[in-house]
Design a binder for this molecule. Sequence first.
Ligand code: NAP
Length: 292
Amino acid sequence: MNQKVTVIGAGRMGSALATALYKRKFDTTVWNRTSSKTESLSRLGLRVGPRLLEAVGNAEIVIVNVNNYQSTNQLVRQPAIESALRGKVLVQLSSGTPDEAREMESWARARGIDYLDGAIVNYPADIGKPEGTVLYSGPEELFHRVEPVLLAFGDNAMFVGKEIGQASASDIAVLSFAMGTMLGFLHGYILYEAENLPAGGYLQLVKKLMPAMEAALADLSNKIQGKNYGNTQAALETWAVAPRELIGWCEKHRVNHTFADPQLLLIERAVKAGKGQLDLAYLYEVLKQGGD
Ligand code: NAP
């Protein structure tokens, strides 16, 4: 495998991507705006492009991983770089929105650049390991053409759809789940410690609940798909107790409860609309109604 790959961006994630490619024996070049950040990669043996144009010119596949699409645009939308990219494959791995991906695809198509949009789900430490997960969207044939390169980042190089915005859409949906779960975990941690429960016990407790949580998510999904909110084991009025008690506890202990407030607000909105005896899945409909 000696395909020439260039990685633009050597931050935490870009460095991990470039290192993974190098370890898989791809002919890897890396470029970063701040050159000092590539020193450790150079010591490892990677080729460091002194100038962006050379780094792009040297590659068959160019992978971008900078902070966002705005920075990507600043870097690649220069006439010389656009010419150097013509006929090559550009894989965008900076986080962004579906609209940004669509806009970037139009730009690439007009310049004869084969464009694939991707979204990284893991931390840099997972890149190059079997659990490494990156979502891709765009032309399926293009995905399969460069798949051997993409597999350097982990075993889960997942093609999620032909519409270019679908990778970032999937990523935002996953991040919504991850952020909600992790913030809830942090909140619970404060409560656990303050009530003198054993350190580390909270994690053990939460881990034991994971199979039930998986079943609960499947149940929510089934109810949403079937628009069947009436059949429930715990009605919204019962669920209201959870955020109400958490908020009360936080107020008493002077702990921030801005994470719990919207949970109670959403349930109360449903209850006021006469839906208090429906399942928690009904909040999907409340969220879709918009409004703050
Ligand atoms: P980071 O360590 O802060 O690195 C940011 C990178 O963007 C650096 O290479 C930086 O270059 C570059 N950059 C910023 N502004 C730029 C500009 N105007 N022009 C050119 N380059 C610019 O961030 P990171 O954690 O590697 O994240 C990079 C991307 O991966 C983000 O889109 C992030 O959402 C995504 N991601 C990260 C993780 C993670 O766990 N870290 C997970 C999934 C996805 P300089 O060194 O010159 O500043």
